[in-house]
Design a protein around this ligand. Structure first.
Ligand code: APR
Length: 199
């Protein structure tokens, strides 16, 4: 796990399965239809159970046209997940959005972090939104994601812990490169102040 201090906040990068995370919220790389899918969306729905789909159906009815706009985020309970909340983000389809893709991807992180702050959540985990089915180049997505996360952590009280949970070593390495370029070297294990813990 790579750890970075941003002011009094913590950014962590780790390889793993986000459905196992015990942060207060986990973010989902969903789609505008909000009714599940493959990738991490499918994994989160499987782990959360059928109640999540029912909650998403109810949420859809409150959204304009029943769709979550690309670059936006919305929150449900986590049901059978360890995380109490799921923040569903509609990432950009890279080939379709072209020059707008970076702003739309940044919007997912910005909105998700705003929802955490408004809900008083101190910890959230994100997958690498957009870099699977939606085809966002990982190195570019990593820079956009971490710049937005760092911007929020510097300006807001909550959350105090953001954890990127990456599904493979290649994606983790891309986020580690982007983090090092943006924030410098990760905290060494010895210099580690006690972690604020997941909650
Ligand atoms: N934990 C963490 N990350 C995961 C997991 C998991 N359990 N499963 C997959 N991932 C990773 C992928 O390896 C990729 O790095 O999540 C990242 C995002 O990939 P996708 O899940 O394909 O999401 P995205 O590229 O944003 O495409 C979203 O795919 O599954 C559908 O319904 C979803 O239509 C939406 C689209």
């Amino acid at each position: 796990m790579n750890r970075y201090q941003i002011g009094d906040k913590r950014l962590e990068l780790t390889e793993g399965d986000i459905t196992l995370e015990d942060t207060e919220a986990i973010a989902n790389a969903a789609n505008s239809g909000l009714l599940g899918g493959g990738g991490v969306d499918g994994a989160i729905h499987r782990a959360a159970g059928a109640e999540l789909l029912a909650a998403c159906r109810a949420l859809k009815r409150t959204l304009p046209g029943g769709q979550l706009a690309t670059g936006r985020a919305t929150m449900t309970a986590g049901f059978r997940l360890r995380a109490r909340h799921v923040i569903h983000c509609a990432g950009p389809i890279y080939s379709r959005e072209g020059a707008r893709a970076p702003a739309l991807l940044a919007g997912c992180y910005r909105e998700a972090l705003r929802l955490c702050e408004e809900s008083g959540l101190s910890s959230v985990a994100f997958p690498s939104i957009g870099t699977g089915v939606y085809g966002y180049p990982v190195d570019e997505a990593a820079s956009v994601a971490l710049e937005e996360i760092a911007r929020h952590l510097r300006a807001h009280r909550l959350p105090s812990l953001v954890r990127m949970v990456l599904f493979d070593s290649g994606t983790l390495a891309a986020y580690a490169r982007a983090a090092e370029a943006l924030l410098g070297a990760p905290l060494s294990a010895e210099a580690e102040p006690p972690s604020p813990g997941p909650g």
